[in-house]
Design a protein around this ligand. Structure first.
Ligand SMILES: C[S@@+](CC[C@H](N)C(=O)[O-])C[C@H]1O[C@@H](n2cnc3c(N)ncnc32)[C@H](O)[C@@H]1O
Length: 379
C-alpha cells in the first residue's frame, strides 16, 4: 500500500507492507541470528581483540611463540593465566574474565583443563597475533575497537553537524589507524607485484620510490623489505608521523636508502627536481584538502615527479554512492566513510576516473581482486 502525505514543507512517501503482501524470503529466526547473535559475538570479539592488543597480551603471545623452537611453524600458542598475569603485571581476576570471554568467542581453547593450560584457537596466531603473516587481520579488527570511544564525538557531531577529524584522536589511536592503513598498503603491494611482474622485477634491481603522505612509515617499511636496492623518499605534513617514520628507518638501519621529510608536496616538487619510477599514494587522497583544484595541483606535481615510464600507484577506499546497487563486500570502505564523512572526500570508480581524466595523466586502470583494488596511473 502506498501512502503519500503532503504538508506545506515536505512530501512524504510511505510504503507499507500489509499482511496480504508476499512473506519476506528470510525467516524471523535468521533475522535474529543476523542481528542478535552476530551482534553479540561480533561486539564481544572486537572488544576482546582491542583490549588484548592494548593490554599487550597479543604481543606477549607473539614473543612467546617466536622465542620457542624456531624451525616449527606455529599454529597455536600455549600459555597459562599466570603466565600473562606475571609477565604483563595484570590482575588475575580480570584476566580470568578476558580469557573466559575469549573461550566463548572462539579466540582461545582449553589445551589441558587439569593443568589450566590455554591455547590460541586454530589460525588465531596467523590472523590476530603474527602481524607479519599475510592473513593478519588483527590491526583492522583492532582499529574497529576504537569506534567505541569515537562514538561519543560522532553522536555530538550528528546533532550539531560540527566537524571533528579522526586526526584529533589520541596518539595510541592514531598509530593504530596508521597501522590499519598500512595493512591495506600490504594488499596493494601484493596485488601490484602480481599484476606488474616485469615492472617490479626491474625495480628490484634498482630504482626510486616516492611516497606522498608516508605517515608513520609503515607502508614504506613493507616496500623497503622487498625492494632492497631501491632508494626511498617519503614526505608528510604531520610532524608526529614524520618523527615516527624516522625512528622506524633508524631501527631498520636504512638511513642510507631513505629520505623522510616534513614538507608539503608543492614545496617538495619545487625544491627537489628528481623523478621516480614509482609513486605511492596509500590511503592519503581522501584526507587531502577536498578542493578539486587543490587536488589537481597535487597531481600536476606528481606528474612532474614521475619518470615517463613510471607508475603512480594509488590505494584508496572506493566508496559507492549511497543509493547505488550493492556490489559485494564493501563494509571496510563504507565504515571509512562513516567515520570521516565530513572531513574526507571519497570517490567511487567512476568519479575517480573522471578526476584522473581531468589531470595531466592519460592512462588509468582500476584492478580489483578479492577485497582489494589498486589504481595504476601513467603519463
Ligand atoms: C592514513 S595515513 C596513510 C599513511 C601511509 N601512506 C600508510 O599507508 O601507512 C594518511 C597520511 O596522509 C597525510 N596527508 C594528508 N594530507 C596530506 C598532504 N596534503 N600532504 C602530505 N601528506 C598528507 C597525513 O598526514 C597522514 O599521515
Amino acid at each position: 500500500m502506498l501512502i503519500i502525505i503532503l504538508s506545506s514543507k515536505y512530501i512524504m512517501v510511505v510504503l507499507i507492507k500489509t499482511e496480504n503482501n508476499n512473506k519476506p524470503e528470510i525467516s524471523i529466526g535468521n533475522q535474529i541470528k543476523k542481528f542478535a547473535i552476530n551482534g553479540l559475538y561480533g561486539f564481544n570479539t572486537i572488544l576482546l581483540i582491542g583490549m588484548g592488543r592494548r593490554l599487550g597480551i597479543f604481543n606477549y603471545l607473539y614473543e612467546k611463540a617466536k622465542s620457542s623452537i624456531s624451525s616449527i611453524k606455529f599454529t597455536e600458542v600455549i600459555f597459562t593465566p599466570l603466565d600473562l598475569s606475571e609477565n604483563l603485571k595484570l590482575d588475575l581476576k580480570y584476566l580470568d574474565g578476558w580469557i573466559h570471554l575469549g573461550l566463548e568467542c572462539g579466540i582461545l581453547e582449553i589445551a589441558d583443563s587439569e593443568q589450566k593450560l590455554l591455547k590460541t584457537a586454530p589460525y588465531v596466531y596467523e590472523l590476530l597475533i603474527d602481524c607479519n603473516n599475510k592473513s593478519y587481520i588483527g590491526g583492522t579488527l583492532g582499529a574497529f575497537y576504537y569506534m567505541a570511544p569515537a562514538q561519543d564525538i560522532l553522536i555530538d557531531n550528528f546533532k550539531t553537524g560540527k566537524i571533528w577529524s579522526i586526526l584529533e584522536s589520541s596518539k595510541e589511536v592514531l598509530k593504530d589507524l596508521q597501522e590499519r592503513g598500512a595493512r591495506f598498503g600490504k594488499l596493494v603491494e601484493r596485488l601490484f607485484s602480481k599484476k606488474f611482474e616485469d615492472f617490479c622485477n626491474k625495480l628490484k634491481k634498482q630504482g626510486k620510490i616516492f611516497e606522498l603522505g608516508c605517515g608513520y612509515g609503515f607502508n614504506l617499511e613493507t616496500w623497503a623489505k622487498k625492494y632492497k636496492n631501491v632508494s626511498f623518499t617519503g614526505i608528510d605534513i604531520d610532524p608526529i608521523a614524520i618523527a615516527h617514520a624516522k625512528e622506524l628507518i633508524e631501527k631498520n638501519n636504512w638511513n642510507d636508502r631513505f629520505k623522510i621529510l616534513e614538507i608539503n608536496i608543492d614545496k617538495f616538487a619545487n625544491s627537489f627536481k628528481e623523478q621516480f619510477d614509482l609513486i605511492l599514494l596509500n590511503q592519503v587522497l581522501h584526507e587531502m584538502n577536498t578542493d578539486e583544484n587543490y587536488r589537481r595541483d597535487v597531481f600536476k606535481n606528481l606528474y612532474s615527479l614521475l619518470k615517463d615510464d613510471g607508475i603512480l600507484l594509488i590505494g584508496e577506499s572506493m566508496v559507492p554512492d549511497t543509493f547505488a546497487p550493492k556490489k559485494g563486500f564493501q563494509l571496510f570502505d563504507i565504515t571509512h566513510k562513516f567515520t570521516e564523512v565530513k572531513t574526507s572526500l571519497f570517490y567511487d570508480e567512476k568519479t575517480f576516473r573522471e578526476f584522473i581524466d581531468s589531470t595531466l595523466f592519460t592512462r588509468s586502470e582500476f584492478i580489483k581482486e578479492g577485497g582489494s583494488g589498486i589504481w595504476v596511473i601513467r603519463k
